[in-house]
Design a protein around this ligand. Structure first.
Ligand SMILES: CC(C)(COP(=O)(O)OP(=O)(O)OC[C@H]1O[C@@H](n2cnc3c(N)ncnc32)[C@H](O)[C@@H]1OP(=O)(O)O)[C@@H](O)C(=O)NCCC(=O)NCCS
Length: 247
């Protein structure tokens, strides 16, 4: 396995493994994560500037900046279930720099970093973002049921700051609006030994079907009536629980 990835330069952007030199950006990144989660109406595992700083020190984060050193994007890696799983989490790109290929470059570097640090680990992610699903599928992730993700409570605690956490807990961590995705290096190696190509998820081909599935899933998990009530702000927590038990 090759060593730590090099810097990637895309126009005026630099994507690299973060170091303590980027410590001064941790607070800005945290506040952007928070406001972006609010704007999307979903959650992102809430992390403190100190936590991000620790990731920078450990060489477990990827950062994008402009050539002038202005912060552009970020992502960090975490291990779960005693290193069996690695998650590339907290992906965020500053709104003014989106759709320039920055997230794609950050994720590609985080993937390479994860593979080089933890070559046997399964690389996983949880997301509602179509952009992230597209990027992940290109890296070789495939969608998997939540039962194939880490069992460790702390992994799922990351979801507790999400507005949909209630769905996750009432379904005993079996379903939520996020899609679980996994890249399994051992599975890839086994298939290669058998002369088979790795399984791939052709996201572009299947995205329309997938969007349809997401809306069905949302209808089932929320319940048609609940969506209406939620919009009108009328649904109590108790009502919402009863509705799902009855589905
Ligand atoms: C999701 C996010 C990280 C994407 O960042 P980005 O730098 O704009 O992404 P890229 O430019 O690398 O785009 C990746 C691909 O997704 C597509 N894409 C980007 N935003 C999209 C969107 N809102 N809907 C659908 N596709 C989108 C792009 O067109 C691109 O596809 P292409 O390679 O065919 O052109 C960014 O929008 C963001 O920070 N959102 C808020 C935080 C968030 O949702 N994080 C993910 C948590 S799992």
């Amino acid at each position: 396995m090759n060593n730590t990835p090099e810097k990637t330069v895309i126009g005026n952007y630099i994507v690299q493994v973060a170091t303590v030199e980027h410590a001064g950006l941790a607070e800005t990144i945290c506040s952007e994560m928070e406001s972006s989660a609010k704007a999307r109406g979903t959650g992102i595992a809430k992390r403190s500037p100190l936590y991000l700083l620790e990731k920078m020190k450990e060489g477990k984060a990827v950062i994008a900046t402009t050539t002038d050193g202005e912060w552009v994007g970020f992502c960090y890696i975490e291990t779960w279930d005693h290193g069996k799983f690695v998650a590339n989490s907290g992906l965020i790109v500053h709104p003014s720099h989106r759709k320039s290929g920055i997230a794609t470059a950050i994720k590609a570097m985080a993937f390479k970093l994860s593979r080089s640090k933890y070559p046997d680990a399964k690389i996983i992610g949880l997301t509602t973002s179509m952009a992230v699903m597209k990027i992940n599928s290109e890296l070789g992730y495939i969608p998997v049921p939540f039962s194939e993700l880490p069992k460790e409570d702390d992994f799922w605690k990351g979801c507790s700051s999400c507005v949909n956490y209630d769905i996750l807990t009432r379904t005993n961590r079996a379903h939520c609006l996020c899609t679980g995705m996994k890249f399994d290096p051992l599975e890839v190696a086994e298939r290669a030994e058998e002369g088979k190509k790795p399984l791939i998820w052709d996201f572009l081909k299947e995205s329309k079907l997938y969007e349809h599935w997401m809306s069905v899933k949302q209808r089932i998990l929320f319940g048609r009536e609940e969506i209406g009530k939620k919009k009108a702000g009328q649904l109590t927590r108790k009502e919402s629980k009863t509705q799902l038990t009855e589905l």
